[in-house]
Design a protein around this ligand. Sequence first.
Ligand code: PLP
Length: 400
Amino acid sequence: MSFISHRINLIKPSPTLAVAAKAMEMKQSGLDVINLGVGEPDFDTPVNIKNAAKKAIDEGFTKYTAVDGTRELKDAVVRKFKNENKIEYDLNQVMVSNGGKQAIYNALLATLNPEDEVLIPAPYWVSYPDMVLLAGGRPVILETKPENNFLLLPEQLEVAINKNTKWIFINSPSNPTGAIYSQANLSALAQVLIKFPHVLILSDDIYEHLIFDGEEFYNIVNVEPRLKERTIIVNGVSKSYSMTGWRIGFAAGNKEIISAMVKIQSQVTSNPCTISQKAAVEALAGDQSFLATNLETFQRRKNLVHKMINEIPGLSCGEIDGAFYAFVSWRLFHDKKTPNGKVMASDNDFANYILEEALVAVVPGVAFGLSGYFRMSFALDDHVVTEACNRIKRACEKLN
Ligand code: PLP
């Protein structure tokens, strides 16, 4: 007999967190493991932001707030969208949640009925399909191709839409590939979406500030304002401001959907942490110079990783346009053997081999819905990233 619900049996634990746990276990047993499995910047949260949180505690700002965030933070979110994205929202069109993750889950729970389908381009962020399943919907995976830089093509979108389609997810820059939808890419998708007014769009902009080589960020609302009423934009302070542990995300869009999302949050978690909200106000409204310094560092590491990985015979990685991940093809090692005779037959085989032989933790591509790859984060110090690439190279040289 199991006490566990059918719904829970539909989902799996987050694979990226599982890799992190295994790497941590190996570390604790004394092994010098480099963990490239995690999705968080290595920088400390900026001092001005930490000070705002300390001040909140000292001033007793430690009680419940409005479920959808304080007026002060919601004002800062509205201003952020206006100034950075040129999109105007009223206060009742935005809400603050416990990380971008909760905002996405709220949006799904608020809208999905049984039979509803959610179109998810693969490779995708690991949590999307499981969140859809938890919320009672059906994830429909649309596989993208490396030759299209892992971007969803408008013709693919058009044939995938049917009467049950409720959402399309767009994540740019993408986790795990770093791919970015340009204005032209978004405009082509928008032309399809305009024809299907029953489809909602979830624009996950969480890596907005991590865009390389001077490229600019756009989301689908910038490109096609007629889609604003049926787009929910999700963003947050986790990645941009090195605040993953503070758990502040936000969503903006259709006020009926936002209000349903707030209703769910009111019954499930109430407001996001009061102290973190004060910190997030400082992140969004305070000194922004951290963003440029941060980006410069990531740009340098991106160049380093891209070069080092592509110099390893058998591995390859296309352009990395944003975020802090390389999505690396290991296909040429398929069916090759380790010195112990173990055949490389799957992403898990390859990632396990790299973990055990090179002591480098990476995430198997299958976790993101596309096999033949692994994802490595480069949100670590340059010398650590260099050492990890050298170790991966030596491990690859032993396969034949
Ligand atoms: N969206 C994407 C694509 C992500 O990679 C993440 C975190 O890894 C999130 C959303 C959620 O971020 P958080 O809940 O930490 O704000």
